[in-house]
Design a protein around this ligand. Structure first.
Ligand SMILES: O=C(CO)[C@@H](O)[C@H](O)COP(=O)(O)O
Ligand SMILES: [Fe+2]
Length: 227
């Protein structure tokens, strides 16, 4: 079944706890951590993740758009994140870091910016629980989906199948009712949606609708497995 992870970046930051509750029923809550160095934007850090994890039963999917991921990522596990995604471009020792995240009890995930190919990371895939393919340049919500990323999603799905891995394949950026089916057809099974969920009149209903739409594709996909 497809998973939908609403991105809190598009929510009202003055009402984070309520905004988290507004999407209960979502699979994970996606939390974008930005440091104004790795990306030209600044959002939130460890204390807010810790507070959010106490304010909602939805597990937190932390997407770290920060430099020096090796140093910071483990602290997000300690703060309560159930999944921690570091960027390949920001990790000095991705294997060691993934192992540390897993050892601390969270799912380990690695993200690729649009210009970063998957191929150099093929041998690392067994170390990961999820691979995130950015479908916009990271830094901001509400950007247009990059269709040119579809071949990379397809190639990544092929690598996951070739190695017989259970790895989840997440897409993030510009995912909406008009783009989600293309992502699912290419092989994604975890979908981050910020503006498409929090910009909707009923965010919880938007989550259900996106999931149903993706499921029309993933339900019959040969690689789909029950999450
Ligand atoms: O990581 C990011 C942006 O860098 C995303 O998680 C955005 O927050 C997704 O927002 P939409 O593109 O869905 O509006
Ligand atoms: Fe994100």
């Amino acid at each position: 079944m497809a998973q939908i992870n609403p991105s809190i970046l598009s929510a009202d930051f003055a009402r984070l706890a309520e905004e988290a509750k507004a999407v209960e029923g979502a699979d994970w809550l996606h939390v974008d951590v930005m440091d104004n160095h790795f990306v030209p934007n600044l959002t939130l850090g460890v204390p807010i993740v810790e507070a959010l994890s106490k304010a909602t039963d939805t597990p937190l999917d932390c997407h770290l758009m920060i430099e020096d991921a090796d140093r910071w990522a483990p602290q997000y596990v300690e703060a309560g994140a159930g999944s921690v995604t570091f960027h390949a471009e920001a990790a000095a020792a991705p294997v060691r870091l993934a192992r540390e995240i897993r050892a601390k009890g969270a799912r380990a995930s690695m993200a690729l910016k649009p210009a970063t190919p998957i191929e150099p990371y093929e041998d690392l895939l067994p170390e990961l629980d999820m691979l995130l393919i950015m479908t916009v340049e990271p830094g901001f919500g509400g950007q247009a989906f990059l269709d040119i990323m579809l071949p990379k999603i397809r190639r990544t799905r092929e690598l996951i199948s070739k190695h017989g891995l259970e790895l989840w394949l997440q897409v993030d950026g510009g995912v909406s009712a008009t783009t989600i089916e293309r992502c699912a057809e290419a092989g994604a099974d975890v979908f981050v949606a910020g503006s498409a969920v929090y910009g909707a009149e009923d965010p919880a209903e938007a989550v259900r609708a996106l999931r149903a739409q993706a499921d029309t594709v993933t339900a019959s996909a040969p690689w789909a497995c029950g999450h």
